[in-house]
Each structure stands twice: as C-alpha cells, then as structure tokens.
Design a protein around this ligand. Structure first.
Ligand SMILES: [Zn+2]
Length: 392
C-alpha cells in the first residue's frame, strides 16, 4: 500500500504504479476469498445435510446413475459388478481411494500412493493436516510382495500417509517420485527410502529410463505429465483457475510440514507399469496417473498397447472432460478404463458406497456420459469404490 502511494507521486513510475495497484487488488481478492472460505467452512457442519451437498455440488455415490444404471463398482449386492473380461491375464487391481491402487500379478505387486486420512476442507484450507495412522493400519492390504511405491506428484493427498505406510507396513519398499517428494519425505521419522526419478522421465526429447522390481517381472517408466488446476471460479473450463501449492520443495526438510500448501507439487509424472507374467506371455501394460493431465500438455508413453488406463476424474471438469477423454482415446486407446480419484477425499474415509460422496465440483455422471459419447463401451470402464478389487 505504502509503495503504491510513493509511486503515484512520481510520473515516471506509472508502470510500477499499475503493478502495485494489481498487487493491492489481488491482496483484496485473496482476503475476500479467505473470508468467504471461512464462512463456508464454519457454516458447513451446521448446515442441513442437503444444503452441504448443494454448496459443494457433491452427490452420494450410491445414488450415482446414468439412465437408471448404477455407476459405482463395489463388492456389495446392488452395485455395478465389474464387466466380464473374456480371458483375463491374471492381473488383480485393488482400488484403495484417491490415488492408491495395489496391482498384483503372479505373486509380484506394486503400489501407488494411497491416502486414508481424508482431512476435512477446514483442516486443508485453514488449519493443519493430521495423519490418521489407525486408518492406514485398518485399510492397508499386506505389502509383503510389494517392492516399489509410485507417486506422481507431491501434494499432501498423495504423501501425507506415506511415512506411516512405509514405516509400519513397507520398510522393505522404495518410494519412487519427483524431487519435491524426496525433499518432503526427508523430513519424516524414520526416513523412508526414496528414489528421485525426475531425470528419468520420458519427455519430448528423451525416451526415459525404466526401473524394475522382482527381477524384471515388474517394470515402470515415469512420463512427463501435468496437473489440472485444483479450483476455478466458476468451476468450469472457462472459469478463473488456480493451482494449489504449485512449485517444488527445493531442499531436503528436517520435519514434515503441517500446512497443506507446503506440500508442493514438483514435476508431475504419469507412469507406464508393465507386468510380465511368469508364463512368458506378453506383458500387461498399465498407464497410471494421479492427477488429471492437461490434454495438450503430456507425452506419448511409447510403443506397445495399453491394456488398462487408470485415470483421475477430479478436476477434469475444469479442463474439459470431452477433450481429456478424446486425448486418452487418441494417444493411448486403452482396452480398459479405470476411473479413480473421483470420491470426496475431504470426507471421512469409507469403503461403503452409501458413505462415500463425489469430490466437490466434479461430476462422475457427466464423465461417464462423455465416455459413452466418445464411443467407449460399458464393458470397458469401471468407477470403483475404495476397497473394490478388479481382475484383468
Ligand atoms: Zn494434486
């Protein structure tokens, strides 16, 4: 404020003056948004349940239907069963929630970072994060046959539970991810074994470097990708967009941050995961991402068919679901689509579809409609509830 008054006194500093006015305007807007957020967050617990759903534009997942058909695949009677796979390759995929999947074939397995703590919007936006180790212990499947954990980016909803996952369930594993992730997890006690693969990622100019576990039965390649904006006002592709916690953590930390904004994105990675069966049959290839990539801004994952694409639904409404689906279809043409990161990770973790809501301001029903319009058949996709196990 003071700087802008000084600038106004000098006619030669018009540029700086205009810049100062912008800064003041942005600060006022930020203050306005903070006040609105506080009011919304304080009011939400007291609001009528239906009002919360309206405010957050979220739906109970057991109510999700397209033309009368249930959308959510769960191991409960009355929910959508996984469409039959004619000759499965023996690949088991268990969805754990948010970005977490456990993938197994012939006794070898790999995990992508799960998140069970589901901190509330109030904690994430205004207060500090709290890990929920007891939820990790309750819902984490055994990791005895896992040697690697993959992470696509370093936001808190992909990392907060990992120190406990590693310390209590997987000290024999290594966590592969970007530099920001390694620097963040350096602050955990005990310190997890991490591998920075940022330099190994496939880009427009480099084919990338594969890593492997189980003597080459599982191979995985990081691919340069991107992260859709987290919020937009209004929540549409033409809204004013913002990314939460961009940039990277540049130095190794000596403690884990409490505020969500300090868990910084880093380079966003997608992954190709190859599972080589013991019978010498061709590998089963999975494309995995834990952030919806911006359609114009990601790399081809290299030669070879993609049997299964594991894709993020959250935020696709902000970048255009049709375009997102078209690009996946053009570039990957996957045989199967698994849609993850669609449920409300600000709401207490559950594996019961009646207790699961859709992530605020993202509509999986629209996503499925767009998928059908793009020609993807109903036998090709699943929208799994956390805890659901699929066979491919
Ligand atoms: Zn993220």
């Amino acid at each position: 404020m003071h700087a802008s008054m000084e600038g106004r006194a000098d006619p030669h500093t018009n540029g700086a003056d205009a810049k100062d006015r912008w800064i003041v305007l942005l600060m006022l807007m930020r203050r306005y948004l903070t006040i609105c957020s506080v009011l919304l967050l304080v009011a939400t617990p007291y609001a009528h349940a239906g009002m919360t759903e309206t405010l957050l534009q979220r739906q109970r997942s057991s109510d999700l239907r397209v033309e009368g058909d249930r959308l959510v695949t769960a191991g409960h009677a009355g929910y959508r069963a996984q469409p039959g796979v004619p000759s499965p390759a023996g690949v088991h995929v268990t969805y754990l929630g948010t970005g977490g999947v456990l993938i197994e074939r012939d006794g070898a397995a790999i995990l992508t970072a799960p998140y069970f703590a589901n901190n509330s919007l109030f904690r994430v936006g205004l207060w500090c994060l709290a890990p929920r180790n007891e939820l990790v212990d309750e819902f984490m499947p055994g990791l005895g046959h896992v040697q690697a954990i993959l992470v696509g980016h370093a936001h808190y909803d992909h990392l907060l539970d990992l120190p406990h996952v590693w310390a209590s369930h997987g000290q024999h594993t290594q966590i592969f991810g970007n530099r920001s992730m390694c620097n963040l997890l350096h602050g955990a006690q005990p310190q997890p074994a991490t591998v920075d693969v940022e330099g190994d990622r496939r880009t427009g100019t480099s084919p990338g470097i594969y890593h492997e576990t189980h003597g080459g039965k599982i191979r995985f390649l990081p691919i340069a990708s991107s992260h859709a904006p987290n919020v937009a006002l209004p929540p549409t592709p033409w809204g004013l967009k913002a990314m939460v916690s961009p940039w990277a953590v540049e130095e190794p930390l000596d403690h884990l941050p409490g505020r969500s904004r300090h868990w910084r994105l880093g380079e966003t990675l997608a992954w190709v995961i190859e599972l080589h069966g013991s019978t010498g049959s061709r590998p089963f290839r999975i494309y995995y991402q834990d952030a919806a990539h911006i359609p114009e801004d990601w790399q081809h994952p290299g030669n070879g068919d993609i049997d299964l694409a594991i894709l993020t639904v959250a935020s696709t409404n902000l970048i255009g679901q049709r375009r997102f689906i078209e690009r996946i279809d053009e570039v990957l043409a996957p045989e199967h689509w698994m849609l993850i990161h669609w449920e409300d990770f600000f709401h207490t973790y559950s594996q019961d579809p009646a207790q699961i809501f859709t992530v605020p301001y993202t509509n999986p029903v629209d996503f499925i409609r767009n998928l059908r319009d793009a020609g993807v058949e109903d036998r090709q996709w699943v929208l799994p509830a956390p805890g659901a196990s699929l066979l491919y």
